[in-house]
Ligand binder design. Sequence first.
Ligand SMILES: NC(=O)c1ccc[n+]([C@@H]2O[C@H](COP(=O)([O-])OP(=O)(O)OC[C@H]3O[C@@H](n4cnc5c(N)ncnc54)[C@H](O)[C@@H]3O)[C@@H](O)[C@H]2O)c1
Length: 567
Amino acid sequence: MIEIEHCKDEVKQLLKKPIVLVGMMGVGKTTVGRLLASRLGWAFYDSDDEIVRSVGKSISDIFSEDGEPAFRDLERTTIKHLLANGPCVISSGGGGITIPETAQAILEKGLCVWIDAPVDILVKRTVGSDRPLLKHGDPDEVLRMLLDKRRGAYEQAHIHCLDTGLTPDEMVDRILLQIREHLFITSPEKENEEYLPEAMCLTVSLSERSYPIFVGSGILKHPDLWLSGELHGRNAFILTDYNVRPLITDQLADQLKPMMKSVSVMELHPGEQTKSFERYQAVIEWMIENGVKRDSVVIAVGGGVIGDLAGFAASTILRGIDFIQIPTTLLSMVDSSVGGKTGINTKTAKNLVGTFYQPKCVVVDLESLLTLPRREWLAGYAEIVKYGLLADEGFFEWLEDHGILMLDGDEGSIMRAIETSCHMKADIVHKDEREENGLRALLNLGHTFAHALESAAGYDGTLLHGEAVSIGMVLAARLSQRLGYITLEDVNRIYMHLSKVGLMTEIRHVKFKTPVTSDQMIESMRKDKKAGVGGLKFVILKKIGEAELEGGIAESLIKEILEESLK
Ligand SMILES: NC(=O)c1ccc[n+]([C@@H]2O[C@H](COP(=O)([O-])OP(=O)(O)OC[C@H]3O[C@@H](n4cnc5c(N)ncnc54)[C@H](O)[C@@H]3O)[C@@H](O)[C@H]2O)c1
């Protein structure tokens, strides 16, 4: 259960410096700041008001009579002065943090929270206001241009908090939640396993397509926390599978009914075969029959299969409508629900048809995991290990120490593993949303092997995606060692950890219905969408915690590695 009051008390107790709100004009820094300060029982200062008071002129007059540089100087000294006040809330002008000296003071002496909102919301809120920078030109264009110019400065903030059409009260709740989470992450208490945050909010930062990831226990029972105001009153189309429906979906649909115009639920067959053209067509026709409109919203409640299919349907129906990801498996919580890859399989290979389409938000409720079968836990765990191997040796080490505890249901470890994985995925997606600069491709560590194994197993539950990824990571580690990057000890360390938690590590562990050969798998890899003009591509480990995409790898070497694992 999330108690904002409790969260507020913790912020009050732990935070010893001012909270500085930054962001574009129109995001509500003053309204939200005043409310936040009153909830915390702290003083509130608006840097613009302080300047007006000290100079005795309006901001407009300072701009027109003295120019913007003079105003920025005043702003810098005013903010520095306010930062000396100890715990309080400061709303800083929209451009303050773009001045390096002001930014340095805010970041060193305060806790900087960037309130971010889509430009269309900003336009609505600033219409008719007396803002000097909006006096010339179309407000939409000016705001977009300003945001583009300032984004880099805002991104320095300690916390990125998204306003997706929330009321000021809801926004204050969200800020408190994120501040508490930030304090948890940056405080030495993080090492104290007894400290368990009940809910947190991370942000996938993608300009206009940015969205929050809510993680907590019991949060599905609190749609008010995650369903932003702009989505209220719409027609909701929930896609789920028949395992998840009685466990989670029906209750959620009841919770949502008072907030939505209508809530329809479609139940699909569980399993990979649901990611097909036939099921996709059935979903689209069901939505059309039930009166889908451009402002309808698709809600995926289930594992990666439902999330991928629902996202694909949402991205294509009526040229794209809003959708929400509610992942219910460990794998979908840490991987597939974040990042906007949607898709279905073809007869020849996985995920060959799909889109990049970001959700409006992702809601991860740890309570959903209570009913998840052990085998699915392990499959999700493989994707968590992947993050450690490709980008964070410290996290891999932590998993070596805590993996079993986590798989046994220790809530603190589960929260930490999910949080770290989502952070890493959000960061990678932020830097390479459409897999164009090679960074996002690293998330495919072990996947070229895994997809070939899944294809050979036939998508019928013989081999789960995460199980295939586990074997694939061992094979990728062996490939990296043969190419001269990691050592045999590293390979052994990876192998030992995966097998210790109970994951499959060799192809021969899979109970294929018909025997599979290395040639068959290589043929399948050639059809994988990662294969390029230069032949097969693999993510290889330069060391544990560092990966790279490498092409031009001899098929004879791949064959050798596959043969060893088949024997
Ligand atoms: N889009 C991406 O970026 C991305 C990333 C990784 C994987 N994927 C895709 O994700 C899919 C695998 O997802 P998955 O592992 O979640 O499998 P899944 O969706 O098939 O779910 C696994 C099983 O768990 C059941 N289940 C789900 N939640 C449950 C719960 N809370 N309690 C009890 N049972 C529950 C489901 O009914 C199903 O039988 C694959 O198709 C893979 O390609 C996509």
